[in-house]
Design a binder for this molecule. Sequence first.
Ligand SMILES: [Ca+2]
Ligand SMILES: [Ca+2]
Ligand SMILES: [Ca+2]
Length: 478
Amino acid sequence: MKISRKQLVVVLLVISMATLSIGCTDEDEANTGTNVAVNEEVSETDVNSKEENEERPEERPEESNKPRYRSNLAEIREQVYDREEQVDKLDENGDGYLTIDEYNGTTKLFEDMDLDGDNKLSVEETEYMITFEDIPTGSFIMGTDDPVTAFGKSEVASSPAHPITLDGFQMAATELTTAQYCLYLNSALESDQIVVDLAPLTAIEKDRMIYPTLTYEVRGAAGTNYEDDLFMQLSRVSSISHEYGESPLLIPEHPLNQCWIFYVPDMEKFYVEPGFENWPAAYLRFEGAMAFSEYYDLSLPTEAEWEYAASGGQQFEFPTVDGSNDGDKSNYRCYNVENEEDFEGADEPENFVGFRLDVGKYPANPYGLYDLAGNVWEWTLDWYDKSFYQYCVNNDITRNPLNNMEGYEHPPADKVGVTGGPGQVFSHGAKVCKGGSYNYHEAMTYTTLRFPVYNYIANDHFGARFVIRSSDVEFNGK
Ligand SMILES: [Ca+2]
Ligand SMILES: [Ca+2]
Ligand SMILES: [Ca+2]
C-alpha cells in the first residue's frame, strides 16, 4: 500500500492531536477569502507531490517521526517582555504608581485602565497596559529588489527598493493582547460603540463542526464610523488548517488557537479565559483594529512605519533581535510542508510551536519591539497595490508614504482578483499585513514581505499593534 508523505503527516497529526485535549473545529465565514487563496496555492503543490509520490513511493521514512509541533515549547520559553519592568521604567518618582505624565500611552487608554478613577495607575491596574517605544525620525530603504519566494511563487510587489524618510513616532512594544482588546470591548459596550450578538452558523460551519458551539460576534453600533462592521468573532474553536482544509478528516489547526475572549450576556461583560490574557488578540478584523485605535487616540502603523521600525535601524532582513530568523527568534512555522523545494530557510520542526504565545516570548528588536516576526499578522493602514512602490518612485514620494488610494487609479475591473497571497492581483479592497504568523513559513516573516488581506478577513492568526503619531505628520511628502 502506498502511503504518501501527506497521508503520513495527517496520521501523525491525528495521533499528536489525540494526546492533546482535542477541540472541535470551525472555520468562520470570513476566513474564506484567505483560505480559498491558500488552498489554491496548496492544491498546485498537491498535484506536484502526488506525481512525485508515484515516482518515489519510498519517501524519506525517517521524516515520518518528526513531530508536527512541540506542545511543551510554550512552557520552556522564557518570558522576555516584562510589563512590571516597564512600569518601573516609567515610574519616574519611584512611588509605585504611574501618573498620566509618567505613562507614555494616550490619555484615553490611561483613563480606561484607571479602574478606581484616582488618576494614577497601580501595578494591578497596569497589568494589561500597552507600553510604547520611541522610533526616531530617520531614513531607510523600503522594499527589496530581490524577489522572495512565498507559496512557491516569486513575490515582486516589494520592488523597487526605494529610499524613504519617516517622521518619528511611538510604536507599541507588543502586539495587542486579548486582555487589552477585552478592556476596549467592555468600555465600548458600555458607551454604546459596539453591539454583540450570537453569530449565525454558516453552511460551512454546520458542515465542518462536529459539535456546534455558540459564538458571539462584535460589530460596530449604529451611528458609529463602523456601523454593522464585524470587529471580532469570539470563536471557541480554531480554524481549519489551510493545508488540510480539503481533507475529509477536517484536520483542525491546533485546538489552542481560539479567540479566548468570551461574552457573558447576563452580565453584559466580556472576559478573557484566565491564562490567555497576554496572548495576542486574534480573529481581529481590520475594522475591529481601526475602531480600537480611534477609541484610544492611537493609529495602526502605515506600512512604511511598520517596515521602518522592523528594519531595526539596520536594514534587517528579518524583523528580529539581530535581523536573522530561526525558531529561537520568533514564533513562526519553522519548516515548510507545503513546498519544500522552494523553502529558503532553516528546517527545524523541533521549534515549531503551532499556536500563539504570550507576547514577548522572543527577544526584542533594537527598538525594543517584540514579535514583529511571527505570532500574529499585523494590520497596517495601507491599501494594497503591488505597484505602489513604483508609484512612489515615479512621483518623488520619499517621506511618510501611505497608500490611501488617492491620486492614482484602481486596478481595472478585469484585473481585480478575489484570491490571496503574494504575487496575486488584488483589488483595492485588500490591506497590507506584515510579519507572518505562528503558522506561516519563514519567507512570510521577511521585513519587506507585503501580504495582501481583505479588510473583512480575520481568523486565528490575524492581530494588530498600534502607534502614536503626531497629527502634524504629512503623508506622501516629497
Ligand atoms: Ca509615579
Ligand atoms: Ca487607579
Ligand atoms: Ca507579529
